[in-house]
Design a protein around this ligand. Structure first.
Ligand code: FES
Length: 159
């Protein structure tokens, strides 16, 4: 191989390696949202289905898997509305106005937000006050009699 051919090959090889080193992370960053959409979610155990009485809304607490200093944030309150034997809805506690935690008022049969007086019916639909959007609903499934929710199925600020 002549010196000129050797230098040309070295420049092309070096350029290819340098381009891959720069574009590889860029491509990874650009494509990772598409890959993360295929993730299986972060599933949390809410309890056995029998714990939630048919026809009632029940408050429950789930453990959030975290490994950081924020121990107090490892638990998350949710509301389980069990309409019938096989029909369950799990609501986030955050009001869809500005995120205050709502409470369940069994006497009136509605969710109440103390911050600005927002009221949601038991299906999570806004009825009065500032909220215009329904309460967030977790994706859920029942596995071996246990109610599981996907913690990533609602916006992060709503959890
Ligand atoms: S934050 Fe709930 S009504 Fe405003």
């Amino acid at each position: 191989m002549e010196r000129r051919d050797f230098l040309a090959t070295a420049v092309i090889t070096g350029g290819t390696v340098a381009t891959a080193a720069v574009l590889g992370p860029v491509a990874w960053t650009a494509l990772s949202p598409a890959w993360s959409d295929r993730r299986r979610g972060v599933w949390a155990d809410v309890g056995t289905l029998e714990e939630f009485e048919i026809g009632k809304v029940t408050h429950a607490v789930v453990e959030v898997p975290r490994d950081d200093w924020a121990a107090s944030l490892r638990r998350r309150g949710v509301f389980v509305w069990r309409q019938s034997e096989g029909n369950v809805t799990v609501f986030a506690r955050s009001c869809t106005d500005l995120g205050c935690p709502v409470t369940w008022d069994p006497g009136n049969g509605w969710f109440f937000c103390p911050c600005h007086g927002g009221i949601f019916d038991r299906d999570g639909e806004p009825q009065r006050g500032p909220p215009k959007r329904p309460l967030h609903r977790y994706a859920h499934r029942v596995e071996a009699g246990r109610l599981m929710i996907d913690l990533d199925s609602i916006p992060p600020q709503a959890g």
